[in-house]
Design a protein around this ligand. Structure first.
Ligand code: BGC
Length: 419
């Protein structure tokens, strides 16, 4: 794990607030404010189910849903950072396991949860590798509710047939051929994208598919060399794929891009498996309206990420926040939430029967339990913290504007070197 300097100012202030009892840390438990970015199709339903359960279990505690709209938390994370910096934390917030969470820990924003882990038996219930991603200097700092998969290629079976594509593409070369066939033979968009973050999301699957898991993971080591012919080749492929996406997508979020696949407006979309929750919610039928495979070149690798919830320093309603964390941590809470969310449980003892109604989730759970090769999602906080991630996003934005692939590659190289 990279060790960065802890922000003394934020850490010290947190201690002062706790010691003085000001600004929270155990106050009255008549409400709990939970911050996330689950507002859209597929995401809200899972949160709503948890809220309902929380209210049943905690009568008299008002649930304040502080979700901020915007896929992958692009807006929410900016709002959250402002609140944390001005010592106005919610009682609990969503943070991705991995480097993103390390940022919050090192800034002194989070309370360790070791006693809670012991009380709830969480060290036995969660995979060791996951606990590692939410730990810092031997203490554990958040409660993972799920495992999501980033590298999924969703496709419309009828459009593939119309384009004469006999089987879903297994390699990036096959993907490019399929995109060309869709462009020639149909009126559909070959590859749907949405707002800029969905292009960064696409980038990670293309890098993984082109380079393989070891080289992909190595790209996110501080100082990694992005100036290699292999990276250049992966970026050339990325460019060809982007040439087959639709225009004017900037205002659309991921749901719109996924919807296009299920509605037969687009042949493909590379999106995380929250799309499975969305497809279910809108009544799209697996095998008919949509189908899926691992994104090309990544079969056997689970590009994972995990949503986790925290206990901020100075949480105004700490007792209620711990009740929320108890729900999120528990087997029942995870099994209520994840089938709606399109994710599999973080706990190893969850009941597979809850996932059997969804062909996607059933296969995802089986694959996860079989111990796949792992790659960490950069965009969703596993491999890099917010500084590096934002540098990549800025580079993607410039590239979408000027189309200068070499400058894009240089900017990615610089972003790695700055760490
Ligand atoms: C989160 C998911 C969410 C997705 C789209 C990801 O970063 O981990 O929970 O569904 O973004 O908003």
């Amino acid at each position: 794990m990279r060790v960065r300097r802890r922000s003394v100012a934020a850490g010290t202030l947190g201690l002062v607030l706790l010691a003085s009892g000001c600004g929270g840390g155990g106050g009255g438990a008549d409400q709990v404010e939970v911050f996330s970015w689950w507002t859209g199709g597929g995401e809200e339903a899972g949160l709503e189910a948890l809220i309902e359960r929380f209210e049943e279990d905690n009568p008299g505690v008002e649930f304040v849903n502080a979700a901020v709209a915007g896929g992958s938390g692009t807006n929410a994370q900016a709002v959250l950072e402002g609140r944390l910096q001005s010592q106005d934390p919610p009682d609990s917030f969503q943070g991705h396991a991995g480097a993103e969470l390390q940022d919050y820990i090192e800034a002194g924003y989070l309370q360790p949860l070791d006693d809670f882990y012991d009380e709830q038996g969480l060290r036995e219930a969660l995979p060791d590798q996951l606990i590692e991603q939410i730990s810092y200097e031997g203490e554990v700092y958040s409660v993972p509710v799920n495992i999501h998969r980033s590298n999924v290629l969703w496709f419309n079976p009828s459009l593939l047939e119309e384009a004469g594509v006999e089987a879903p593409p297994e390699t990036l070369d096959e993907l490019v051929e399929a995109l060309e066939a869709v462009a020639e033979e149909t009126d559909a968009i070959p590859m749907a994208v949405g707002a800029q973050w969905t292009v960064s999301h696409l980038l990670e699957s293309v890098l993984l598919g082109s380079l393989g898991p070891d080289a992909y993971n190595g790209l996110w080591e501080p100082g990694a060399d992005w100036g290699t012919p292999e990276v250049a080749e992966a970026l050339e492929t990325f460019e060809v794929i982007l040439d087959h996406t639709q225009e004017e997508s900037a205002a659309e979020d991921w749901q719109e891009a996924s919807r296009r696949v299920a509605d037969g407006e687009a042949a493909f979309n590379i999106m995380g498996d929250w799309a499975a929750g969305y497809f279910d919610e809108v009544g799209a039928l697996p095998g008919e309206d949509y189908d899926w495979v691992a994104s090309p070149g990544t079969d056997g690798t689970y590009m994972w990420l995990s949503d986790s919830f925290t206990l901020p320093v100075g949480a105004p309603n700490e007792e209620a926040a711990l009740s929320w964390l108890e729900l999120v941590a528990g087997r029942e809470g995870q099994d209520v939430f994840n089938p709606l969310k399109g994710s599999i449980p973080a706990r190893e003892d969850a009941d597979p029967a809850h996932y059997a109604d969804s062909p996607y989730l059933e296969s995802a759970l089986a694959e996860w339990q079989a111990g796949p090769e792992l790659a960490g999602s950069f965009w969703h906080g596993v491999t890099v913290g917010n500084r590096w991630k934002n540098d990549v996003d800025t580079a993607v934005g410039l590239y979408l504007g000027d189309g200068d692939l070499e400058a894009f590659n240089d900017a990615l190289h610089e972003a790695a070197r700055s760490e």
